[in-house]
Design a protein. Structure first.
Lengths: 144, 144
DNA sequence: ATTATTCCTACCTTTATAGTAGGATATACT
DNA sequence: AGTATATCCTACTATAAAGGTAGGAATAAT
């Protein structure tokens, strides 16, 4: 029930990239320092987001990472799924055949409902939304 | 992000006990057969619920398990937490000091919101609610 | 060339999950 | 008293996932 550090670090890194949108590529070293994480581990996280088409990279000196699309066009759920895996509290939510007890299970409706509310939140927000919420709360003072 | 079998089996077992409320104690063997689970494993699950005060037991021949309270007085969240652990997607939801990046984290609001909607669902329902939903859907034909 | 970066592969450690095994203890019924 | 049926208790095992680390190759700007 706890999010993996993969997902936590990944989303935080995406927020950095969102704030940096349309500027120079942001190297992992910078992100890693700001977030207090090792570059090596962040590499393993960001490659997931790259394969998912959410970020793109440029190699070599002055290289780094950028968002592949404007932050208001990137939904949280599309970042979440590659990092944490699909939102599936129980398999039967998407595949009735996955559980032999599906027919007479009295709990499946509950799990489905919980699953749905999680997805609703993750679908309803973009990276841009999170940036704006944060600005409204007066964070981000270390960035200009 | 996936529920443990502990939680899934545990809740299903509780549904059996809810349907059996104020009848004779229900032995694990019966539940295990209905659910297609080993008695041995179910023992490990039910002891968690017993320690949490949700079920009580009677030993010996004709013994078994019963709900400790009427099913309409048992909230799902009180069953969920001992089985799956507290609903805490990220520690900072309950303990700001748990993350050194709390002050400038742009994602914490999102995690808090997801956490809240999960808890809301689990708090809003009792075992009795699930039984009634199920009856309304015409399941439970094997029980009378 | 040198430096800074991404990219790739392999390895390691720790923790949690999902069990199984064997037997001790308690209770009802005959 | 004895047997069958339960819960209860302790210990063990196997597998997978999480959370990294290490070393170096490939690429690009200066």
């Amino acid at each position: 029930m706890r999010l993996s550090t993969r997902t936590r670090y990944g989303l935080r890194a995406l927020m950095e990239l969102a704030c940096n949108y349309e500027k120079k590529p942001l190297p992992l070293k910078t992100i890693a320092q700001r977030q207090g994480v090792s570059v090596k581990y962040l590499e393993r996280v960001i490659v997931i987001l790259k394969n998912a088409g959410i970020v793109k990279s440029s190699r070599g000196s002055l290289g780094g990472y950028m968002l592949a699309k404007p932050p208001d066009q990137i939904k949280i759920i599309d970042c979440f799924r590659p990092l944490e895996g699909p939102v599936v509290l129980v398999d039967c939510v998407y595949d009735e055949g996955s559980c032999s007890r599906f027919a007479d299970c009295m709990v499946k409706g509950l799990w489905k409902q919980v699953n749905d509310v999680i997805e609703d939140v993750l679908k309803s927000k973009t990276l841009q939304d999170l940036v704006e919420n944060t600005k409204r709360e007066g964070i981000l003072d270390y960035r200009i």
